[in-house]
Design a protein around this ligand. Structure first.
Ligand code: ATP
Ligand code: MN
Length: 463
């Protein structure tokens, strides 16, 4: 007898096979005819398979009639064509074995719908629900599409470090990594002496693998890194996590336009794959989470992204027929409300905003000839706002050093990075896509805490 998954059992080709299924009971219903229906799910797909458990089963009265939502079972039986509508097949059980019971009074995921807030307190059980099962499968698919897209386009996957001594953004939002005793650190001149720390200097969790991956772009040509990323900013928003996953491609001999082309082709590929390989889950998101989802994704797939300079974008926001919570002015950063207005209301499609004021962006972005802006680009999508941030990198040593001083960074601390400009420098570009922002966009979910298995946010690191 073959073990098969619920996904396999639901296909018409399975009819006639004697199979074994293993999973969790979603519901049980006893028929007046002296048999029971069990809705079984094993996580392999969104839908359940219906098990018909006949009254003749030896343990029918003692076990089958007491199966509760959440119990784990092994079912042997024959796959039959189902007379019920909405399902191709069902299983006529010849053997039902209870593996682990779930107390009907205590099991927290009873049939009725729970709020996402409540389910966040059950992060270990929520993957058993329809929504969180669908998100987990979608997240997997997006991760696979990322690797496949880059592999097929000749990019090498580079593993950049998680622990780093360089602060890529030149900003403060870093988690410190230390083995010093917090109550009694060794001191010099009244301050903690990090020369006595594990690495002999201050170390942090990475906020981006970009600087390191640039060194591989400047030797292997096309590369990407994909891993966990940490930001200690205290932003309690539905779009920020303290720990998230970021994919960062980097290409040598490549300018900002090539970078935009890559970002657009990449996002379109991820959407196309999700629609193709997660069709059942995408239909679920459309029906249960966001009724505009499929239309919106279709629009994104089939239209070119709009490319607009930051300066033009500010002009449009100043003319917008609405008031803003955060004021709009050339030189100030765009807030989510501004990003979403441009993508959702004005252009109604993804927008690539480029050439931002130099004061808003990190030191490594290439300074434009106007001296005021840098070759940065952000991809803004309807429903989410910024999903990708990228730039052409500054390849001129003197300009780069000057930018570092401007942002109060010590060029000496980045000597290895500056070497890339000293020896065989090339124009190069890349971007970062937040995996969770991408899953938000694809699923229509509203809160980023619901698209990562175990979210870490200010005040929360449970599980
Ligand atoms: P934001 O302005 O939205 O805070 P950022 O400009 O700081 O983002 P980048 O440094 O450009 O972000 O990072 C690249 C991408 O990583 C972003 O476009 C976004 O998709 C994702 N990202 C950044 N910060 C977070 C976060 N705290 N949680 C989840 N994803 C993030
Ligand atoms: Mn950004």
């Amino acid at each position: 007898m073959d073990k098969i998954t619920v996904a396999e059992a639901r296909k018409a080709e399975a009819v006639g096979r004697h199979v074994r299924l293993q999973g969790w009971v979603r519901t049980r219903r006893d028929s007046k005819g002296g048999f029971s229906f069990i809705e079984l799910n094993d996580g392999s797909c969104q839908g359940n398979v219906q098990i018909v458990a006949p009254g003749e089963l030896a343990n029918y009265e003692a076990v089958v009639k007491h199966l509760h939502t959440g119990a784990s079972v092994v079912i042997d039986g024959e796959v039959k064509t189902s007379p019920a509508k909405g399902q191709a097949t069902e299983i006529l059980a010849s053997h039902v074995e209870l593996i682990g019971n779930a107390d009907a009074e205590k099991y927290p995921l009873q049939k009725k719908g729970h709020t996402y807030e409540f389910l966040r307190t059950l992060a270990h059980l929520r993957p058993r629900t329809n929504t969180f099962g669908a998100i987990a499968r979608l997240r997997h698919q997006v991760s696979m599409s990322i690797h496949q897209f880059f592999h097929e386009h000749g990019f090498y996957y580079i593993h950049t470090p998680i622990i780093t001594a360089s602060d890529c953004e030149g900003a403060g939002a870093l988690f410190r990594v230390t083995t010093l005793d917090p109550d009694a650190p060794p001191k010099v001149a009244g301050k903690a002496d990090f020369t006595k720390d594990f690495f002999g200097k201050q170390a942090y969790l990475t906020v981006s693998g970009q600087l390191q991956v640039e060194s591989f772009a400047c030797s292997l040509g096309k590369v990407y890194t994909f891993g966990p990323t940490f930001r200690a900013e205290n932003s309690n928003t539905p779009r920020h996590l303290a720990e998230f996953w970021m994919v960062e491609p980097e290409m040598a001999f490549c300018d900002l336009n090539d970078n935009m082309d890559l970002a657009e082709a990449f996002l379109k590929r991820i959407i196309a794959d999700a629609l193709k390989y997660c069709a059942e889950d995408m239909k679920f998101f459309q029906e249960r989470i966001d009724p505009d989802l499929l239309k919106r994704l279709d629009g994104v797939l089939n239209k070119p992204f709009k490319r607009v300079s930051y300066t033009e974008g500010i002009g449009l926001l100043l003319k917008a027929p609405q008031t803003w919570e955060f004021p709009v002015a050339w030189g100030s950063d765009l807030q989510s409300e501004h990003e979403r207005y441009l993508a959702e209301e004005y252009f109604k499609c993804p927008v690539i905003l480029y050439d931002y004021p130099r004061t808003l962006k990190p030191f490594y972005m290439k300074v434009n000839d106007d001296g005021k802006t840098v070759r940065a680009m952000d991809v803004l999508v309807p429903g989410v706002g910024e999903i990708i941030g990228g730039s052409q990198r500054e390849e001129r040593l003197d300009v780069l050093e000057q930018r570092m001083r401007e942002q109060r960074l010590e060029p000496e601390a980045y000597s290895w990075y500056l070497d890339l400009r000293k020896y065989g420098t090339v124009p190069h570009s890349g971007f970062g896509l937040g995996l969770e922002r991408c899953v938000l966009f694809l699923s229509g979910m509203a809160n980023i805490r619901d698209v990562i298995p175990f979210p870490r946010t200010p005040g929360n690191a449970e599980y």
